[in-house]
Design a protein around this ligand. Structure first.
Ligand SMILES: Cc1ncc(COP(=O)(O)O)c(C=O)c1O
Length: 371
């Protein structure tokens, strides 16, 4: 029976997540509290306290199905976005990952092409594969997406173009001017998806405005998530902002209760928790500067980041990943992104960042790092 599954499903690459803390604790016989995970760009401060409180209240209502339409949360997101956005512009996903899947359900056909930057978020390609579409990976010199080259890769078969901005795993940003130049020329048969999972980490005045293109009725989806700055990755909730017409199409592809009620309640409270977001942003800036400074001092090449992680060249990413695991520190090796020399380190608390750097320095001393 299994052999009769769709060919493209049988060939599907399996997504490699960050190693869970529980798994390493089992492997090494450690207590979970002794382990540091800097592998999945999570929030080291934990969930927004306001979100936690709201979720505790909602737990009491676990016997009810959630509001599958996400009335309140979609309304609150639209209101916060401003610029006349309404509930009809918003689609909730079981993580923003699910929005990518909705796009696949709605638009990908075998033989379609999906344009991405060479080192961008892995899930775009996986979703394209799942629906039998082909991924066109465009070189990204200096680890920054090259929208001119991505535009040149568009042809009559191109269905969707994904731009993660800031990008994961490189932490780089494409600016307003390049986006505007691209949007002025992109043909109408291409859906442009701006994935802004790390948007809230950007300094003021730096974030490009792409919501204006949704407002203008262009074929654009902007994705955001509650997993990162709001610290709610475990809940699996994110959203897409798009035109009411495209939103209505994406809504048809989802399961009736895709975003659970506890997640919706947490997200609603987290959305309004400015204090938690501010603290997270400050901690991220401090930690990122520290990590980058230490990498420079160790003579390691890194990609200057605007997000909550840094990509750093350590010679053999997998070897460092394994050595650090033995010290109870989980990082993310990058071989699956075609970057075997590199490792991605999420910004943690300052204590976690310091422990990580100390262990790296100890390895460098033992000649296990190129520095
Ligand atoms: C660029 C990017 N997009 C989307 C996601 C998915 O986030 P989630 O499904 O947790 O909302 C991630 C997660 O790491 C990401 O890095």
């Amino acid at each position: 029976m299994w052999k009769s599954a769709h060919e493209h499903v049988l060939k599907l690459t399996v997504y490699e997540p960050g190693k869970p803390v529980e798994e390493l604790a089992r492997d090494l016989g450690l207590r979970e509290e002794e382990i540091i995970k800097l592998a999945s760009n999570e929030n080291p401060l934990g969930p927004s306290p306001k979100a936690l409180e709201a979720m505790r209240r909602t737990l009491e209502r676990s016997h009810f199905y959630p509001d599958g339409g996400g009335y309140e949360l979609r309304g609150a997101i639209a209101e916060r976005l401003g610029f006349g956005f309404a509930r009809e512009n918003i689609v909730l996903g079981n993580g923003s990952n699910e929005i990518i899947e909705f796009i696949g359900h709605a638009f990908f056909r075998p033989g379609d092409e999906v344009v991405v930057a060479r080192h961008s978020f892995a899930v775009y390609k996986l979703m394209a594969q799942l629906f039998g579409a082909d991924t066109v990976e465009v070189p990204d010199p200096g680890f920054t997406a090259d929208l001119e080259a991505m535009f040149a890769a568009i042809n009559s078969k191109t269905r969707v173009l994904f731009l993660a901005n800031p990008n994961n795993p490189t932490g780089t940003l494409v600016g307003q001017e390049a986006i505007d130049r691209f949007m002025a020329r992109v043909p109408a048969h291409v859906l442009v998806v701006f994935d802004e999972a790390y948007y809230e980490f950007l300094d003021e005045g730096v974030a490009p405005d792409v919501l204006k293109y949704v407002g203008e009725g262009r074929n654009v989806v902007v994705m955001r998530t509650f997993s990162k700055i709001m610290g709610l990755a475990n809940l699996r909730i994110g959203y897409g902002v798009t035109t009411p017409e495209l939103a209505a199409v994406l809504q048809r592809t989802r399961q009736p209760f895709n975003a659970n009620g506890i997640a919706q309640a947490g997200a609603l409270a987290g959305l309004l928790d400015e204090e938690h977001m501010r603290k997270t942003r400050e901690l991220t800036h401090e930690g990122r500067e520290y990590l980058e400074r230490e990498f420079a001092a160790m003579g390691l090449e890194y990609v200057p980041s605007v997000a909550n992680f840094v990509l750093v060249n350590v010679g053999d990413g997998n070897a460092l990943f394994q050595s650090m695991l033995r010290k109870g520190i989980i990082l993310r090796a990058m071989a699956s992104y075609g970057l075997p020399e590199w490792i991605r380190i999420s910004v943690g608390t300052m204590d976690q960042n310091r422990r990580c750097i100390e262990e790296m320095k100890a390895l460098a001393k033992d000649g296990k790092l190129p520095a």
